[in-house]
Design a protein around this ligand. Structure first.
Ligand code: RFL
Ligand code: PHB
Length: 391
């Protein structure tokens, strides 16, 4: 097999890149390790930044999102038993976010690729990238029980945190930056209408909680739990009781309960590998960087990486110039590090570190009050949350 751009991974990064290349008339092949149902049902992100929404619309993948997605103009920060609303449009010159699940973005992009685009192979596992230093890199992969190779002009590793593409970057050239947090998230999906119109990020003496949503009838909620927590140790009743305790406010507010349909635990990590390119191999999305989910940035970073890369590839095909490809890693990393800082900030401001002192707890509350009381501090949060322009 031969193609111009070989894409490893059919998550949001790989699928969107393939769509952007289809639209630019550049052929590509997507290799996805898992089957279609697995990729379409994997529960993950829920918040799309303005730039992500714009990018999906611009490539013709925004039709169902515009019909079913929920536009949100703010979030609530809840602490000291009170809610404080952060209004995005007034603080950012009109920006907002969209609640539209990653599962739905992935379904839309897969449907478009299969209907209008080049090959997308499921259950095709890349095992190695070879020859990234030359003009003809090759992906070795297995599909339908056979070992195969895909020859490419360019290879893009969109294969997530556990992928193989970045192994092809020489050890001596790779730098890794990492922080692991001393807590995880227990996430649930529940068949109950959300108890709020906008997301609630709650700081409480018992730990962090987040109220999010998927649709007007499905709620998504998260609880900070210790690392190593087994979700089976948390009965449905225990989960609702703990959510109740962490969201408690003075005054009228009730958390509606309903049947829990999914439960899982996710560890929290910040992690960046640099550079995001080696020769003809490029990395995008979680293959190059991970953020803790508190800032809702992971999917949005995957989208901004591939928007930058698709433009650079288009420029290279049209002019033969590698200028934008050469700039790719630095262009992306600037945005990546901003999102890393914001995600770290949101995480450490809102979670209770098991080793934190009463002094640390007081500083956290002071920081949260500052955001609630100061337009400057709230603007800083709103600009980061709604996302910087891509490019
Ligand atoms: P993905 O989605 O991990 O996709 C990688 C794909 O590569 C495949 N793969 C391979 N294919 C072929 N050969 C191999 N050797 C392969 N190895 C792996 C995998 O099967 C998979 O299909 O990475 P991508 O595309 O970079 O997308 C990144 C996002 O998925 C991720 O950053 C977000 O989900 C993070 N995230 C959130 N991001 C947001 O922007 N907003 C949010 O609200 C948000 N909430 C979240 C999140 C992540 C969470 N978890 C579970 C980590 C909430 C949670 C709980
Ligand atoms: C989600 O809806 O899954 C979600 C929302 C906001 C976050 C993280 C996850 O910060």
């Amino acid at each position: 097999m031969r193609t111009t751009v070989g894409i490893i991974g059919g998550g949001p990064a790989g699928l969107l890149l393939a769509r952007l290349l289809d639209r630019a008339g550049i052929d590509s092949v997507v290799l996805e390790h898992r089957d279609r149902a697995y990729v379409e049902e994997r529960q993950r992100a829920g918040i799309l930044e303005q730039g992500t929404v714009d990018a999906l619309r611009a490539c013709g993948a925004g039709e169902r999102m515009d019909r079913e997605g929920l536009v949100h103009h703010g979030i609530e920060l809840r602490f000291d038993r009170r809610g404080h609303r952060i209004d995005f449009p007034s603080l950012t010159g009109g920006r907002s976010v969209m609640v539209y699940a990653q599962t739905e973005v992935v379904k839309d992009l897969i449907a478009l690729r299969l209907a209008e685009g080049g090959p997308l192979l499921f259950e095709a596992e890349a095992v190695a990238v070879e020859g990234a230093e030359g003009d003809n890199p090759v992906i070795r992969f297995t599909h339908e029980g056979r070992e195969r190779t895909l020859s490419c002009d360019i290879v893009v590793g969109c294969d997530g945190f556990h992928g193989v593409a970045r192994e092809a970057l020489p050890e001596a050239e790779r730098r890794v930056y990492e922080r692991v947090y001393p807590y995880s998230w227990l996430g649930i999906l529940a068949d109950v209408p959300p108890s709020c119109e906008e997301l609630i990020y709650a700081h409480s003496p018992r730990g962090f909680a987040l109220h999010s949503m998927r649709t007007p009838t499905v709620s998504r909620l998260y609880l900070q739990v210790p690392n190593g927590t087994d979700p089976d140790d948390w009965s449905d009743e225990r989960i609702w009781d703990e959510l109740d305790a962490r969201f408690a406010v003075d005054g009228d507010w009730r958390l509606e309960r309903g049947p829990i349909t999914q439960k899982s635990v996710t560890p929290m990590r910040s992690w960046v590998t640099e550079p995001m390119r080696h020769g003809r191999l490029f990395l995008a999305g979680d293959a190059a960087h991970i953020v803790p989910p508190t800032g809702a940035k992971g999917l949005n970073l995957a989208v901004s990486d591939v928007v930058v890369l698709a433009k650079a590839l288009e420029h290279w095909r049209a002019t033969g110039s590698e200028d934008l490809l050469d700039a790719y890693s630095d262009t992306c990393l600037r945005r990546v590090w901003r999102a890393e800082h914001f995600s770290y900030f949101m995480t450490t401001a809102l979670h209770t570190d098991p080793d934190q002192s009463p002094f640390d707890g007081k500083l956290q509350l002071s920081q949260l009050h500052r955001i609630a009381d100061s337009t400057a501090a709230a603007t800083e949060l709103a600009e980061n949350y709604t996302g910087l322009p891509i490019g």
